[in-house]
Ligand binder design. Structure first.
Ligand SMILES: [Zn+2]
Length: 514
């Protein structure tokens, strides 16, 4: 039975939402959230159950006593830190600075931009009491910060000399949610939000496109998740934006995952919040603003894209631990421990994230544990290896028993061998995901096959499209699929919309989405 429920994944920035029909199942409600997971179900059979089990069992997250909120455990936080590290470096390299703004937004401020308010009001959490005192004006807990940041920009900007302002904020935001799904759907989540102000429309658009490209590069080169970058349709646009751009990844169940958005806000927020400047010609003008965000939902995309039946497979650049040593101690012979420690020290000095697992557990238990946690490389050293001066390198990107999964090398070449191997693993995970995306991007040529593909979640279904909201709504009502993003029509493309027969204006990827 299809049910209606709030579905995340549309355009209110990286974590927007709209009401839509879809089947029940994939969302884990708090009531049935397991505290302990014994077995990981096969990924291909039930992606949703697999996903939740892996997130819990690999100790990325725990459900919390607070409905809709998860606890990010140290291993999960390690993933988030690597996302932060890489993105933050890209933000700084493109001239941005970090700052921090208040969590609370007075109601009167939030109400100034009509479309923005309408878009967000169903999911805003309000503080109406402070201690024993009823507040005269309720405070919204930020669902996003255009409002508070725009208000400050109005105070800071006087002349064209103050522009551009290029600021990013790392923060938590809250959007009222009934269901919980680690990283993909939580009431409170971590993200970054960039907010910039410019003297011209042209400059604001360049900024919007630049940040979209920063996100694309992060997703593909760091998270090893291939994406399609493009512009959102009108109905999928951020409330208050002139144009919204996104990167969209394809999950193994054929659903798209919006992984980041970049918005050209034009002068809409500048006019609502009175952000003006004296231009070089002495005239007072409104600025042009942008905003852009990526949240921890990107981590959900990484987990679903790369994981297998044994658990996580983390691309090396994102891995909290890149290499784990497992010394094998037999009948009191613990020489392997010293060998592992010394090799690990060398790798650490070379800048790698390394651990030696000396816990009192059987080697087999440790192998499964590090497989589950998706560490890219495991190095096993047993007493016989110590005698021979060797170690066994085990790659997590290859299947059990697959050729090249295990290699025996001399211990003293580990530090020289492993960096190249990590690069190879990073590339191989990307290549596997890219092959999946490309083989699941069908071009539909006629209406019937198009609708069937939408219903069957055939992937990113690529059609010539009329760009009319009414056509998109009809497809959504029939199949649950919406446009993910759009790109220009080529001269060789169909002249008419595959979905409705009206003249085609763009090419669109349609898919059901998270
Ligand atoms: Zn159409």
């Amino acid at each position: 039975m299809p049910t209606l429920r709030r579905e995340r994944g549309d355009t209110r920035s990286a974590e927007g939402g709209t009401w839509r029909a879809l089947e029940t199942g994939p969302v884990m409600s708090d009531a049935v959230a397991p505290a302990v997971v014994k077995e990981i179900p096969p990924k291909a059979v039930d992606l949703s159950a697999w996903y939740t089990a892996v997130c819990l069992k690999a100790e990325l997250v725990s459900y919390s006593p607070v409905r809709g909120c998860i606890v990010l455990r140290p291993y999960g936080f390690g993933l988030w830190e690597n996302l932060q590290k890489h993105l933050d470096a890209s933000f700084k390299a493109t001239g941005h600075e970090n700052a921090y703004f208040p969590l609370f937004i007075p109601e009167s401020l939030l109400m100034k931009e009509a479309e923005h308010v309408e878009g967000f009001s169903p999911e805003v959490a309000w503080v109406t009491r402070g201690g024993s005192e009823e507040l005269t004006e309720p405070l919204a807990i930020r669902p996003t910060s255009e409002v508070i940041i725009g208000t400050m920009y109005a105070q800071w900007i006087e002349s064209y000399r103050d522009l551009p302002i290029l600021i990013n904020q790392w923060a938590n935001v809250v959007r009222w949610e009934k269901a919980t799904r680690p990283f993909l759907r939580t009431m409170e989540f971590l993200w970054q939000e960039g907010h910039t102000a410019h003297a011209s429309a042209h400059e604001a658009r360049e900024e919007t496109m630049q940040m979209l490209e920063v996100y694309r590069r992060f997703a593909e080169d760091v998270a090893a998740v291939p994406v399609y970058a493009g512009v959102k349709s009108e109905s999928e646009r951020f409330p208050g934006a002139v144009e919204t751009f996104s990167i969209e990844a394809l999950m193994p169940d054929g659903r798209a995952l919006q992984s980041a958005t970049s918005h050209d806000l034009g002068q809409n927020f500048a006019k609502a919040y009175d952000i003006t400047f004296a231009d070089a010609d002495q005239r007072i003008k409104h600025v042009y603003t942008t905003s852009w965000g990526m949240s921890w939902r990107m981590l959900g995309g990484l987990i679903m894209t790369h994981g297998d039946d044994r658990g996580l497979r983390i691309p090396p650049k994102m891995a909290p631990l890149e290499v784990v040593f497992v010394p094998i101690v037999r009948s009191g012979d613990d020489r392997a421990v010293a060998v592992c420690r010394s090799a690990a020290e060398e790798l650490t000095k070379a800048g790698m994230r390394v651990r030696v697992d000396t816990r009192d557990q059987q080697p087999g238990w440790k192998y499964s544990e590090w497989d589950l946690r998706g560490v890219p490389i495991r190095v096993d050293v047993g007493p016989r290896d110590v005698d021979a001066g060797t170690a066994v390198i085990v790659r997590r990107d290859r299947g059990k028993g697959e050729s090249g999964q295990k290699t025996t090398v001399a211990v003293d070449v580990l530090a020289r061998t492993i960096p190249g191997l990590l690069e190879e693993i990073q590339q191989s995970l990307y290549d596997q995901a890219k092959t999946f995306l490309e083989s699941h991007t069908p071009r539909a040529g006629d209406r019937e096959s198009f609708l069937a593909m939408c219903r069957d979640r055939a992937g990113m279904i690529d059609i010539a499209w009329c760009s009319r909201a009414v056509c998109e709504a009809a497809v959504k009502a029939e199949t649950g699929a919406t446009t993910r993003n759009l790109r220009p029509l080529a001269t060789s493309d169909e002249a008419t919309c595959v979905a409705c027969g009206e003249p085609a204006k763009v090419r669109a990827y349609f898919a059901q989405s998270y």
